[in-house]
Design a protein. Structure first.
Length: 277
């Protein structure tokens, strides 16, 4: 099987095409390939499979073997892969995901994709949509108890559940200890991605993410979208926001009609071929 290692600002994936992969169980393969010491090493698999409702379908399998509804960095890698490997021949197309139909637009230079803009859809704020085991129309600064401490959290469904914790300095957070505790808090029946957000000014934020099913990652596309949306909803930024991550920046546009657009790069690291049962 031919495999391509790719990353979106450090959030890395093993990408491949499987015409027979619509219902295949990739749990063991994901755990094997994503292992940093004994495999290729990645935050997850992004798999190209046929679609009956869109031009193409993306399946996302996290490094722990669980399947995600959507991933913002993966969809940019997936879009670049699909175009440069001839799966798609146009610069705009549709991708079926478990979170709905996504619509990427490609910036192409000399036959190579340099930027991908994705219509990420609209956020959902009601606690039942996220979901959370509370009854709130819009979850902003909810006082969540954790280990005897009250942490104000703001949550939103941006394809997948995201919870934002606003902090003074993202370099001083307990990402690897508090992150997984918040991810698995009983208030989140399907767990939640956790984003720590530092507001620099009204058009610039910094984000660090603990991802559901993958742990700490260098970037999270849906998390960047959720963080930008929630920064606006809290009155801290405008609708156009640059999200600074470890290795670069994503631009998030939160339009007047509530549609969210994400623009950023994707890079191919290498290609290889492995015998996989």
């Amino acid at each position: 099987m031919k495999l391509t290692k790719m990353h979106g600002l450090g959030n890395d994936f093993v990408v491949f095409s499987d015409p027979n992969g619509a219902n295949k169980d990739y749990t063991e393969l994901a755990i094997k390939l994503c292992h940093r010491q004994t495999g290729i090493g990645a935050d997850g698999l992004a798999i190209v499979v046929p679609s009956d409702v869109a031009d193409i379908r993306m399946r996302i399998i996290n490094s722990d073997g669980s399947e995600a509804e959507m991933c913002g960095n993966a969809i940019r890698c997936f879009s670049k892969y699909a175009y440069e490997h001839g799966q798609i021949t146009t610069d705009t197309f549709t991708i079926e995901t478990l979170a709905g139909i996504m619509k990427p637009s490609l910036t192409i230079e000399n036959g190579k994709v340099t930027l991908v803009t994705v219509d990420m859809g609209k956020p959902f704020f009601n606690s039942k949509d996220i979901p959370m085991d509370v009854n709130i129309d819009k979850v902003i600064d909810y006082p969540l108890e954790l280990n005897g401490e009250i942490i104000p959290v703001s949550s939103v469904l941006m394809g997948v559940p995201h919870t934002e914790v606003f902090v003074e300095d993202v370099t001083k957070i307990a990402l690897h200890t508090q992150g997984p505790q918040l991810e698995t808090h009983p208030i989140f029946p399907r767990k939640s991605n956790i984003n720590y957000v530092e507001v620099v000014n009204d058009h610039h934020i910094k984000v660090r993410t603990w991802e559901r099913g993958a742990g700490a990652t260098l970037a999270c596309g849906t998390g960047s979208c959720a963080s930008a949306v929630m920064s606006y909803e809290k009155g801290l930024t405008g609708r156009e926001v640059d999200v600074e991550l470890y290795l670069g920046t994503l631009h998030i546009s939160y339009r007047e009609d509530s549609t969210v657009f994400m623009t950023g790069p994707a890079e191919e690291v290498f290609e290889t071929e492995l015998n996989i049962d």
